[in-house]
Design a protein around this ligand. Structure first.
Ligand code: HH2
Length: 276
């Protein structure tokens, strides 16, 4: 199945892979339009970097970065699926009011107001596994049983989201590559994606430009990790990913078209997450 392609827009000054390139909202919007034209099904707009060691930003600052970008993208491309990459319920709520329909929450509802906001707005949510906080998450990357622990943590957050009234089909799961994981853990999680799918939700994955891709491919500049990122993306699709969060949309879509035609299997497109 052709996966959902989620194009990344980092409206931040400090993201690890493209920090500062789209800090001006007009640049972020132009980038988003380009990603749609290249084949993105959905755009993920973030205003706070979650790279290891990143410092938190205030809700006010985060919102000032993402809201105008979301509003303008929705105005220019009515019906576009936009997620807001945030862990703050207040930012999520304002982004939903601006036209986003999905919340991509790396902290999986740690803010006690997050699930109620998502439920009230009838939005979808991506629940990602992250151990600890971006500033410290790479300090303890030891797991007794990596796949089981990630799965159990996702089940716990999924159950909490269901209790808060978010419908099951509006919950997506993500094992959180690079978030509190040792380099060797990321390929293991990609190989284990089918195990997460058995939980009954779409599973998305973000390998794009990450450090483990750089280490495996020997490319230190994150922006030059496109080839390695595509390698991870193709493996993720083979192992059952429903969606790929990527920076290099055009290159990934082209690689997938060829790969899926040659590899075989259905090439039907995935459907984007619903909002009620
Ligand atoms: N990775 C990043 C940010 N958001 N969301 C999901 N669901 N899954 C991911 O793997 C994921 C994510 C980190 O990448 P990026 O946005 O490029 O960098 P930064 O956090 O420095 O802005």
């Amino acid at each position: 199945m052709f996966p959902l392609i989620i194009g990344v827009i980092n409206a931040t000054p400090d993201s690890f892979s493209d920090g500062g390139r789209f800090a001006r909202s007009s640049d972020a919007v132009a980038h988003g339009l380009r990603l749609l034209d290249e084949g993105a099904d959905w755009l993920d707009v973030g205003g706070e970097s979650t790279r290891p060691g990143a410092s938190p930003v205030s809700a006010r600052e985060e919102l000032a970065r993402v809201e105008p970008v979301i509003r303008e993208l929705v105005r220019l491309r009515p019906g576009v699926v936009v997620s807001v990459d945030t862990s703050k319920a207040s930012v999520a709520e304002a982004a939903l009011a601006a036209g986003a329909t999905v919340v991509n929450d790396m902290r999986a509802g740690a803010d006690p107001d997050m699930f109620p906001v998502v439920s009230e707005w009838g939005a979808s949510i991506v629940l990602t596994h992250m151990r600890g906080e971006p500033r410290t998450m790479q300090k303890n990357t030891r797991y007794r049983d990596l796949k089981a622990e990630v799965r159990d943590a996702l089940i716990a957050r999924r159950d909490a989201a269901l209790v808060a009234g978010i419908p099951s089909h509006q919950i997506l799961l993500d094992p959180g590559l690079g978030f509190g994981k040792a380099p060797k853990d990321n390929p293991t999680l990609i190989r284990g994606l089918r195990g997460f799918r058995t939980l009954g939700h779409k599973v998305i994955v973000g390998a794009s430009r990450k450090r483990f891709v750089g280490e495996l491919s020997g490319v230190s500049d994150p922006a030059a990790r496109v080839h390695g990122s595509i390698g991870a993306a193709l493996a993720a699709v083979v192992h059952g990913a429903d969606g790929l969060r990527v920076h290099d949309v055009g290159a990934t879509v082209a690689a997938l078209r060829v790969f899926l035609a040659c590899y075989g299997g259905p090439s039907k497109r995935q459907t984007t997450p619903a909002s009620s």
